[in-house]
Design a protein around this ligand. Structure first.
Ligand code: NDP
Length: 465
């Protein structure tokens, strides 16, 4: 049977766009459907606008810090509307780049909501991006679902009164008092943004420390860094209800305490976006978190249909979705063997101020595989010897498998941590040893040189059986 296209991609986010472009580069006839934003979550409601807002939130402290270096400038005031307008202008520019990049690659752009009619047929209907779209039906030999994820809210009375990250990028004004629920990536990043711009922030989380799943020492260091930013932490706590009177919200916590705020923000995780996709017209299996089940090659349980990125709930990070999309296009249409991606050593970063970046195993994970040598250093970075912020510490940690001396984990909390860590991730991916780190010459004076000058082992951690 002949199809309209060799490949149809549903969702023009980071993963979908990469998959479409690589496939088109191999000569495949490709179409991509987008219902809302060209560039998807990362460009429109995630990584890009978030990072711009993190950067906006850091200028106030930088002005204060400059006094120690002889400057006499004062902070002035921050204008939220100016920041949002500048950010929106940049996002609009990026939307245009995505569209022209796809068009130049010879890809057919379809705007609207895609719904499966059968495993090789999709109906494209009106959507927010294309309210007047005339429904049309297209067929493809291969279909890739790259629809991403969407924020979830705890099921408590008044939950609808809270905002999520989808709303936070377009608030008309900065709330003076914010209650943030959740201490994962989004909770910490927005806590830092609001605190840096002058809001009073209460951070409510149900564990003893923020960032469940990260290395325990780094979680402790992050809790200290959050305290230094004057953010009030409420560990071991969950909200039980939200109410609103006038413009004031009241959050009741499960310890009986109440918090008043101008904005309540749920940063309580995301779920795969599969609603209204017509998956019941296919044999695609769904997992218990609502994710599309795939094998290591992104193949769903329906032959010819694949899924990549957050909708599969594997490693929910933009560069991973891009790698999955690239790899899939290589395998479907490429002439050479596809490259092997190192998903096991996917680096990750939380853009708090200061940020935290990690690659490889935590101490706790590494100890499951044998005895571990731990190296930890904690110091005041050079800038803060003069800025006067001696409490803004940098913490670095190497996790070394004792038997092989391989560096299996590197964790950094401190200014520029993500920039430092990307290069180190290459070393960890390559399986380099502590001796390789030791024989590497440092760059002086930097914080990063500490990574290659940690000579004395902090402790030996026994294997956990
Ligand atoms: P995370 O999964 O990172 O964190 C969710 C937080 O919400 C946790 O603290 C969790 O607590 C808490 N939580 C979940 N359900 C409830 C509940 N019912 N009541 C109270 N607390 C609850 O999710 P985020 O929303 O922060 O981010 C979503 C995903 O987006 C991330 O996992 C990541 O994949 C991606 N992302 C990546 C970024 C980056 O790379 N810098 C930036 C932003 C997002 P507990 O730990 O107890 O489960």
């Amino acid at each position: 049977m002949t199809h309209d296209f060799d490949l149809l991609v549903i969702g023009a986010g980071s993963g979908g766009v990469r998959c479409a472009r690589i496939a088109a580069g191999y000569g495949a006839r490709v179409a991509i459907v987008e219902s809302r934003h060209w560039g998807g979550t990362c460009v429109n409601l995630g990584c890009v606008p978030k990072k711009l807002m993190v950067q906006a939130s850091e200028y106030g402290d930088l002005v204060d810090d400059s006094h120690g270096f002889g400057w006499s400038s004062t902070r002035g005031t921050h204008d939220w509307a100016t920041m949002i307008a500048a950010k929106d202008k940049e996002i609009t520019r990026l939307n245009g780049i995505y569209v022209s990049m796809l068009e130049k690659a010879g890809i057919t752009l379809l705007t609207g909501h895609a719904r499966f009619v059968d495993a090789h047929t999709v109906r494209v209907e009106a959507s927010p991006l294309a309210p007047d779209e005339v429904p049309r039906t297209v067929t493809a030999k291969h279909i890739v679902i790259a629809t991403g994820s969407t924020p979830v809210r705890p099921d408590i009375p008044g939950a609808e009164l809270a905002i999520t990250s989808d709303d936070a990028f377009h608030l008309p004004a900065r709330p003076q008092r914010v209650v943030l629920v959740g201490s994962g990536y989004i909770g910490l990043e927005f806590a830092g943004i609001f605190a840096g711009l002058g809001s009073q922030v209460d951070l409510v989380y149900r564990q003893d420390l923020p960032l469940r799943g990260f290395d325990a020492d780094m979680r402790t260091a992050m809790a200290e860094a959050i305290a230094v930013r004057d953010i009030t932490q409420h560990p071991h706590t969950s909200p039980t209800r939200i109410s609103k009177e006038g413009e004031t919200y009241t959050v009741t916590l499960d310890n009986g305490q109440t918090l008043e705020a101008d904005c309540v923000f749920f940063a309580t995780g995301r779920k795969p976006k599969i609603e209204k996709l017509g998956l019941d017209q296919t044999s695609i299996a769904i997992g218990k978190h609502g994710q599309i089940k795939v094998d290591a090659g992104s193949q769903t349980t329906e032959p010819g249909v694949y899924a990549i990125g957050d909708v599969t709930d594997r490693i929910n990070l933009t560069p991973v979705a891009i790698a999955e999309g690239h790899n899939l296009a290589d395998r479907l249409f490429g002439k050479e063997a596809p490259r092997e991606w190192a998903f096991d050593t996917t680096p990750k970063a939380v853009f708090f101020s200061p940020p935290l970046a990690s690659v490889g195993l935590s101490e706790e994970e590494a100890a499951q595989h044998g005895v571990v040598d731990i190296y930890v250093t904690r110091f005041t970075p050079m800038r803060h010897t003069l800025s006067g912020r001696k409490d803004r510490k940098t913490v670095m940690k190497l996790v070394v498998q004792q038997s092989s001396q391989k560096v299996v984990g590197v964790h950094i909390l401190g200014d520029d941590a993500p920039e430092m860590l990307q290069g180190v991730a290459v070393a960890v991916t390559a399986g380099l040893t502590k001796q390789d780190f030791d024989r590497t010459i440092g760059i002086h004076p930097t914080s990063a040189e500490e990574l290659v000058t940690m000579r004395t082992r902090t402790r030996e951690t026994p294997a956990v059986s």
